[in-house]
Write a new protein. Structure first.
Length: 235
């Protein structure tokens, strides 16, 4: 596989790169017709390709082969989080969690949320870059922002957890999660979830968990949770 991976979700049907990827290919890497490159569709495949037309807006390629490259973790990991006011911190988390291995991200609108709106386009670019940098071929799903009450009512085929700092009974995530289980975890805003949100989540099957003794920033808690699931699946 070539060192540089390009992302084109529709590569099987339209054998060209999207505009941003084409610009990177031609203007940054200065690739030319006849050069070899690797494209992923984000659906678990790499495609060795040959550059046929080097155009800064729509590079055309020919597909030389197909290599299956499924995700390297055996469970489904869904992280739902309340984005912070400083979006750079959430982009950092999304980048690192993509490199580690995450299937789905859902931004949450909670009672104490600092950020009421979130444009996912920038987050998607960060995740695409992290996927390519870590030589993966599975693109995590990025949802639009969901109101908390709406989101927790959706079904999920796996264990459901809510991490919070309220002084109520909780179990350490590392003690309650079992290897191989699909997992969905809720991470609240800097002001934490409200008591009503915690009670509603609990009534819908979300198990209250602790991520440690220290009080963590939202993005740190997200990454600690992601790392905990992966470490437990290595044991």
């Amino acid at each position: 596989m070539a060192d540089t991976v390009f992302y084109s979700p529709g590569i099987r049907h339209l054998q060209q790169l999207p505009e941003q990827e084409s610009l990177h290919c031609v203007k940054v890497l200065r690739m030319k017709e006849g050069d070899k490159l690797t494209v992923t569709d984000g659906k678990g495949f790499f495609y060795p390709c040959t550059l046929i037309q080097a155009h800064p807006r729509h590079c055309v390629v020919s597909i030389d082969g197909e290599v299956a490259h499924p995700k390297t973790w055996s469970f489904n990991l869904h992280i739902a989080f309340a984005p912070t006011k400083n979006i750079d911190r959430m982009e950092w988390f999304a980048e690192k969690a993509t490199e580690s291995g995450t299937d789905r991200f859902t931004p949450l609108l909670c009672r104490f949320s600092e950020r009421k709106e979130l444009k996912t386009e920038r987050l998607e670019k960060i995740v695409v870059s992290a996927m390519k940098q870590s030589q993966q071929a599975v693109m995590p799903v990025i949802d639009e922002m969901n109101p908390f009450d709406f989101f927790v009512e959706n079904p999920f085929a796996g264990r459901k957890f809510i991490a919070h700092c309220h002084p109520t009974p909780k179990t350490a995530l590392s003690k309650i999660y079992q290897k191989g289980e699909d997992a969905l975890i809720l991470i609240g805003p800097e002001g934490d979830f409200s008591e009503e949100e915690i009670q509603k989540a609990a009534s819908l099957g979300f198990e209250p968990v602790s991520l440690g003794e220290n009080r963590l920033r939202t993005e740190t808690a997200c990454l600690v949770a992601c790392h905990t699931f992966h470490v437990l699946n290595l044991t």
